[in-house]
Design a binder for this molecule. Sequence first.
Ligand SMILES: *Cc1c(COP(=O)(O)O)cnc(C)c1O
Length: 403
Amino acid sequence: MPTEELKESAEQYLMGTYTRQPISIVRGRGTKVYDLEGREYVDFVGGIAVNILGYGHPDLVLAIQKQAAQLLHTSNLYYTEPQVKLAQMLVDHSFADKVFFCNSGAEANEAAIKLARRYSHDKYGAGRFEIITMKQSFHGRTMATLTATGQEKIQKGYEPLLPGFSYVSFNHLSELEEAVTEKTAAIMLEPIQGEGGVHVASRDYLKAVRDLCTQKDILLIFDEVQTGMGRTGTLFAYEQFGVQPDVMTLAKGLGGGVPIGACLATMSAAAAFGPGSHASTFGGNPLACAAALAVFRVLLDGRVLDQARRMGEYLSKGLSECKDCHHLVRDVRGLGLLQGMEIEIDTKAVVSDCLKRGILINATGDHVLRFVPPLIISQPEVDRLLDVLSQIFDRHAAQAVAH
Ligand SMILES: *Cc1c(COP(=O)(O)O)cnc(C)c1O
C-alpha cells in the first residue's frame, strides 16, 4: 500500500493515540531500516530502546523460527523449558532470586506494585501501602502505572487515580526522607529517567535511598525497563551505581523486539506472591522466552556489551563536543547508549530534519533529543549522526541570525 494511502487508512481505522513520522517502514537489517520507497535510515531509535541487536540478527531469527515451529504457546498451567531457563539466566546474572514474566514494561511495573503492596500487607497489615515515586518519571500507561508516573500530562483526564502514591523530586534526598511515613511500602524509581528527559541519578543519592529502604524495610523498586539489558554499558544500570534494589522490572530490550516483560525480586520480596496471587495468560510464553534467551546469550558473549560501552562513550563525547560548538545545545546527559541532548529549539523540527537526511532519532518532550540505538551501532554511524546534527544546528543558528 502506498505511504499516502496507508496514512489515510491508519487515520480511518486506528485510534488516534500516536503522532507518527510520515514514513512506512518495511524492513530492517543490522542498524538500518528501509521505508516503502527504499530509502535507508540509520536507526538511533531502535524501536524505542527495544531492538538491542538491531534487525535480523541471525541467532534471534533462528531461535524464533525454531520455537514457533515447535511450540508457540501453552499457558502457565504447564512447565515449559524456555521460561525456566530464561528465569535462571536472569537470576544468575542479577541480584534477584525469582522472576515473574509478563508482556510489557507497564505490566512488569504492575507486578512490582502489586508485589510491594502484598509484601507490606502480609508483613505489616492493611494500612501500609504507599509507594513513593519520582516527578518526571515514567512507568507505563495502565491505571496503576500512570498513577506511579509523576507527570501530570500523562494522568490528565484519567482521574480518579489509584490511591496510595506520592511524588518527590528526583535526586533530592531530604525531600524523599520527609515523604517517607509509617505507611510507606516502597520507593520506585528509574536509575536514569528515560521518557522524563534523560536524567541520571547520582550515585550518592541511590546509595542513600538504599540505606533508607533497608533501615525501614521499604522495598526499593528499580524500573529498568529502558535502562536494562546492556543499554547503559552493563547488563543492568544498577551495577554502575553500586546499589542493588529489592525488585527490578525489565521489558523493552529483553526480547530484542518480541514483546516480553519481567519483574525480578529477592527471595524475601518474591515470597509475597504465592499461587493465585498474580498471573498472565501470555506471560513467559515459549516464543517470547526463546527470543529473550537468544538475546541474552548474544549479550553475554561480551562483544555486544563491550561495543555498547565503547559506542556509548564515543556518542556521549561526540554530543558533548557538539554542545561546545553550538550555543543552542544546553546540555548532554546519559549513560552508555541512552543519551539525551537538551536544545533550545523545538525538537520536532530537528527530528524531522534528521529523518530527511536518513537518520531516525526521537525526542522526549519539547526540548530533549534522545538517542537509544541498537547496541551494535558503529563508529561511522555515530559520526554520521553527529555530522547531520551539526549541519542542522548550523542552519538553525544562521536562520536565527537572519531574523
Ligand atoms: C517504556 C517504559 C515503560 C513502559 O513500557 P511499555 O512496554 O510501553 O508498557 C515503563 N517504564 C520505563 C522506564 C519505560 O521506559
